[in-house]
Design a protein around this ligand. Sequence first.
Ligand code: T4K
Length: 369
Amino acid sequence: MSEQRITVTSPLLPDLGEFNEMLKEVWASKWITNGGQFHQQLEKALAEYLKVPYISLFTNGTLPLLTALQALRITGEVITTPYSFVATTHSIWWNGCRPVFVDIEESTCGIDPNKIEAAITPKTTAIMPVHCYGKPVNMEAIQAIADKYGLKVIYDAAHTFGVEVNGESVLAKGDLATLSFHATKVFNTLEGGALVMHDEQTKQRIDHLKNFGFESETEVVAPGINSKMDEVRAAYGLLNLRQVDEAIEKRHQVAVKYRNALRNVPGIRFFDDMPRVRHNYSYFPIFINAEEYRMTRDELYFKMKDAQVLGRRYFYPLISSFSTYRGLPSADPANLPVATKIANEVICLPMHHELSNEDIERVLELIVK
Ligand code: T4K
């Protein structure tokens, strides 16, 4: 009999009975979208859980990026990293701005603050860093540069649900921060996302922008879009929020087991926890030094695939290598040596709350020689 597939992730699902009870309420109220009661409850509950003053729910994690750029009226050039999911750079492009790629640091896989200033031109208006794998980037260094040059900072914090530094949410930093609640994320609402802001006025503006720009029944104050979360997903999110801490702890235990087994394997590098950081263990990337490991990343990746262990090469290929972007001067691999190297070394191992000890052993057996 062929072995069962082990996928890179598996969604956190609420109890179907409880979900059904909430659906009955939605059906009874006949209020299914446009800021209903579950939408309001989830915004309140998430603001508390995430320790942020204001949050606005979205229908996925890409539209908050697009809307953040709109809300801050960003134009010209936006500095970002090519080591992310394509949505990060696409959001800049969709706003009619030019993405400018800056290399990453090996220690976080996030933008290298030491390389940002060299990429700033008179057209630069914003920086869009990514907390890749939920690992916080150096936010103080980024803010210092932004302040010096008068730039906005929008964090793509899609991977960073619940991540804190010194007890403070990473979402509290920058001008705006975005989240994704996609099925593959630590906390999901099927599809979904959010924008985190610091004041009521910005929250109001973003709430208008995500509802076509409507301020009232007859007044449109901005060229908005439709990116509202519906009641079914908000209800699902309320239930998932109750179990997300348990899921994060289960992921933590998987990370501990992976680290113990891989620590002394020559040619394999991985991340340990950072001091004073509450991690969410959203991904478990390993980096293969082919010479020391005596096998290339792709050889290992396909060996795993043959054995039905479906890791993923997040984030290979680099965004800067896709046809839309590769013509940009900043997309030259010579400008992005660390990102290029890391993209060729990475495999994200299966990481989710339902991995059994047998699953973990099956993954490790393929890697530890
Ligand atoms: N910014 C960053 C930094 C991001 O990483 C993302 C999304 C965004 C912005 C945009 O947020 P969203 O608009 O997506 O909310 C996935 C996700 O589609 C994407 O959300 C995510 N990042 C990206 C890193 O990964 P794929 O193409 O790898 O997903 P897929 O369908 O191959 O799924 C991977 C594995 O997950 C499957 O092999 C099995 C498991 N899975 C997946 C789904 C969809 C399930 O078990 N159930 C499911 O329903 O992109």
